[in-house]
Design a protein around this ligand. Structure first.
Ligand code: DGL
Length: 251
């Protein structure tokens, strides 16, 4: 049985969730984190939903076997596909992610909000419900192939990808860009360079970290004696783990 000293499982389809992990470790420095990147099955966002649900269940089994006390789904796509089902089946706290459309809507000054995410995140009911509530002025912008450019650190290509996708928009009328995929958070420096300074760039990482802290506190599961991070991948450890360490230092 996990207790307050057990690790917190954090996972994504690959290295994107490391951006979330950085924020979690900053917010809760005395917790032990076990990060799992399902690189073998990435990307999630362009595959059939049932297939991704199967991968996510596999990751959950792996984390539960490691006796985690809570799980953070550091992936918007996996949250959209699986969070509700997993919460109905499992007793442990499961914290998910969603594109930061609500904070964007609250800060909107009458202009557009571009929501960048995987095709699956934008298609599924979870985002559709969010959009129905906070979507005034919001434009969903599916970005198939963009997570792969982060996985391979192809930042010049990512820059070209973003410039091409932004061509259709007059940025003087855009108030915010929402990073609705945890991989895209690593593209923030490029976005800051190519977007005019008035455009807010929002991600859900800080909100997720606050939510984890709240849930652990409520369930009396806060650890005050730990402080470690362990990284794992279903992919090629020799190439993926050094990249994860590098990205964690950047996050
Ligand atoms: N990092 C992921 C997300 O937040 C998923 C990218 C993918 O696997 O397609 O949506």
């Amino acid at each position: 049985m996990p207790d307050r000293f057990s690790p917190i499982g954090v996972f994504d389809s690959g290295v994107g969730g490391v951006s979330v992990l950085g924020e979690l470790a900053r917010t809760l420095p005395y917790e032990d984190f076990l990060y799992y990147g399902d690189n073998l099955h990435a990307p999630y966002g362009t595959k059939p939903e049932a297939e991704v649900l199967g991968y996510v269940r596999g990751v959950m089994d792996h984390l539960i076997a490691r006796d985690v006390k809570a799980v953070v789904i550091a992936c918007n796509t996996a949250t959209s596909v699986a969070a509700a089902a997993l919460r109905s089946e499992l007793a442990l706290p499961i914290i998910g992610m969603e594109p930061a459309l609500k904070p964007a809507a609250e800060q909107r000054r009458g202009g557009q909000i571009l929501v960048l995410a995987t095709p699956m995140t934008l298609r599924l009911p979870k985002f559709q419900a969010l959009y129905a509530r906070y979507g005034e002025g919001a434009v969903p912008l599916p970005c198939p192939g963009l997570m792969e450019l982060v996985e391979t650190q192809a930042f010049d290509q990512a820059r070209r990808y973003l410039l091409e996708h932004f061509l259709a928009y007059d940025m003087s009328t855009v108030d915010a860009v929402v990073l609705g995929c945890t991989h895209y958070v690593f593209l923030r420096p490029i976005l800051q360079e190519i977007l005019p300074p008035h455009v807010l760039i929002l991600d859900g990482n800080a909100g997720t970290a606050r939510q984890l802290a709240r849930v652990l506190e409520q369930r009396d599961l806060l650890n005050r004696t730990g402080g470690s991070i362990r990284l794992e991948t279903s992919g090629d450890s020799a190439s993926v783990l050094p990249l994860m360490h590098q990205l964690l230092a950047r996050a």
